[in-house]
Design a protein around this ligand. Structure first.
Ligand SMILES: Nc1ncnc2c1ncn2[C@@H]1O[C@H](COP(=O)(O)OP(=O)(O)OP(=O)(O)O)[C@@H](O)[C@H]1O
Ligand SMILES: [Mg+2]
Length: 325
């Protein structure tokens, strides 16, 4: 049960979607299934897993953009409903910065407006803060005065991050917002976010394919596979001593910063199909047709595997069937 130091928590949340084209058979995919997640105030939590593992769906449920088909979302221990999100509390920067920027406003105008609406600041103070934010995200004056349509993807992403930071939210959710940037800008933004975390006691949920970025920013990491949490714990323990074969695979497969770890995996369909990873697992045996519990494997470290003690040599990168959109 979540405690009061938790800013935001998911309590056994699930989200199902009907499979396209099979309406009559009423089959469902589980985008997220029975996930518990707790984000303590001031912490930085990473959410990792391949494309299609349910990370965005979980984040969208946390901020009320999506309604869980089961389970609850709690803000400071109190259940919240659809559309609960308050901008002053949570900002989310999405994979696609087009969705968080007004196409008719330059970054300068957006940053000024955000401050005008939220804070009691003079024009001069707003101007100073705008300049600070632009510098912090590495956006030049010329780009900052252009409309989003005239910017590159990386520049738009930086404008979106600046916009989210201008609000000074308590929780910032970054959904692949950093990994698409080139490495030098990425480093700059990671440093900025780390500084802001201590200055403003910001709380982060960082969703990323890129374990290197995740390691630089988070204390705790949650590994998802096909809608399930398969491992979670302190970042160093999970990445240095991964106990789930999927986490080991993820770690071994990290090809380059910013690259996905293979295509979209098949979504989880029926319940009780056993361990969600057994189709791809080199350690799978007969007992894996039952799903193990998320069990302690170290201090604050949990893994969902019958064979947490067993190891094989790190697997080669084995791309999954790719049908990425
Ligand atoms: N609106 C929707 N309708 C139907 N299926 C959906 C919908 N949103 C997500 N899904 C399915 O739910 C699963 C999880 O998707 P989700 O986008 O949450 O994954 P993700 O981990 O964020 O992936 P990525 O790394 O590619 O962003 C996928 O199988 C996806 O196809
Ligand atoms: Mg996503």
């Amino acid at each position: 049960m979540p405690s009061s130091s938790e800013l935001l928590a998911a309590d056994c949340v699930s989200r199902t979607y009907p499979i396209p084209g099979r309406r009559r058979e009423r089959r469902l995919v589980h985008a997220v299934r029975d996930v518990d997640l707790a984000i303590a105030r001031g912490s930085a939590v990473g959410l990792v897993g391949e494309s299609g593992s349910g990370k965005t769906t979980l984040a969208r449920m946390l901020i009320g953009l999506e309604t869980p088909t089961a389970g609850r979302v709690l803000l400071r221990g109190e259940p919240v409903g659809r559309g609960w999100v308050r901008a002053s509390e949570v900002q989310m920067v999405f994979q696609d910065p087009y969705t968080s920027l007004d196409p008719r406003q330059s970054a300068v105008e957006t940053l000024d407006e955000v401050q005008r609406v939220r804070f009691d600041r003079t024009a001069a103070e707003r101007g100073r803060r705008t300049a600070e934010l632009l510098e912090a995200v590495g956006l030049g004056r010329q780009e900052a005065e252009a409309l989003p349509g005239a910017l590159s993807g990386g520049q738009r992403q930086r404008a979106a991050i600046a916009r989210a930071l201008a609000v000074e939210p308590e929780l910032l959710i970054l959904d692949e917002a950093v990994s698409a940037l080139d490495v030098s800008v990425q480093g700059q933004i990671v440093n900025l976010l780390n500084d802001l975390r201590s200055e403003l006691s910001l709380t982060y949920l960082l969703i990323s394919h890129d374990l290197a970025v995740v390691r630089q920013m988070v204390d705790t990491v949650v590994v998802m596979y096909r809608g399930r949490v398969v491992e979670q714990g302190p970042i160093d323990a999970v990445l240095d001593r991964p106990q789930h074969p999927y986490t080991r695979r993820l770690r071994a497969a990290v090809p380059e910063a910013g690259k996905a770890l293979g295509g979209r995996m098949a979504p989880a369909e029926p319940r009780n199909e056993g361990c969600v990873f057994h189709h791809r697992c080199e350690l799978a045996g007969a007992d894996c047709d039952r799903e193990p519990a998320l069990a302690p494997v170290g201090p604050n470290h949990l893994a969902r595997c019958w064979r947490t003690g067993e190891r094989t040599a790190p697997a080669e990168h084995q791309p999954t069937r790719s049908h990425t959109t």
